[in-house]
Design a protein around this ligand. Structure first.
Ligand code: GAR
Length: 208
């Protein structure tokens, strides 16, 4: 069984989707052992607590430099012997040391079809605002590995979602979460834990 550690910063609906998937046996080969929040007030911590899961706070604002923040994160991750790190609405950019230490073992869910509306500055509602301003008729979500380039790691799964006339960023965000993120994130986690994802030259292939 692989040790899964989930990193969060906010509401934690993707964490909830992972916990629900685990409970219903949809995550094979791994178990969620710990939650780390970059924000002490994240509702995600309450979700972890309700589930009886241990959690830690590594408050980004409490560290002067990104290096100090990374060191503390590494300490917690090593302490719980993490095999897979899942960024589920984690709003901090990880430093090189963490990324290299867990190369192709960190996955992130992003609320658009990468390479659209991604990279620096594209997170949370900003992504949906940008999609609506551009006038795209389809958007969606992507689960990908994390490398040194923001949202640039190998793509594992994607799912498209329709944009409707009259959508606000909030309405679109909820549709993308419901129809895509909460489905593909647990699926990708299970595929990883079952050893079914192969990465070569920044391209991920899924074995049947
Ligand atoms: C989700 O839509 C997630 O895809 C996005 O933030 C939201 C977090 O919601 N993540 C990013 O934009 C990361 N670049 P949650 O806390 O309810 O899971």
């Amino acid at each position: 069984m692989l040790n899964i550690v989930v990193l969060v910063s906010g509401g934690g609906t993707n964490l909830q989707a992972l916990l629900d998937a685990e409970e219903t046996g949809k995550i094979r080969g791994g178990r969620i052992i710990h939650v780390i929040s970059s924000n002490p007030d994240a509702y995600a911590l309450e979700r972890a607590n309700r589930h009886g899961l241990c959690s830690s706070i590594v408050n980004r604002k409490a560290y002067l430099t990104a290096e100090e923040f990374d060191n503390e994160l590494l300490k917690v991750l090593e302490g719980c012997e993490a095999d897979l790190i899942v960024l589920a609405g984690f709003m901090c950019i990880l430093g090189e040391r963490v990324i290299q230490r867990y190369s192709n073992r960190i996955i992130n869910v992003h609320p658009s079809l990468i390479p659209a509306f991604c990279g620096k500055g594209f997170y949370g509602l900003h992504v949906h605002k940008a999609a609506l301003s551009y006038g795209v008729k389809l958007t969606g979500a992507t689960v990908h590995f994390v490398n040194e380039i923001p949202d640039g790691g190998a793509i594992i799964l994607q799912k498209a979602v329709e944009v409707h006339k009259g959508d606000t960023p909030e309405i679109l965000q909820l549709r993308v979460m419901r129809q895509a993120e909460w489905e593909i994130l647990p699926r990708a986690v299970s595929l990883f834990c079952e050893g079914k994802i192969i990465v070569k030259d920044n391209i991920a292939t899924i074995e049947d």
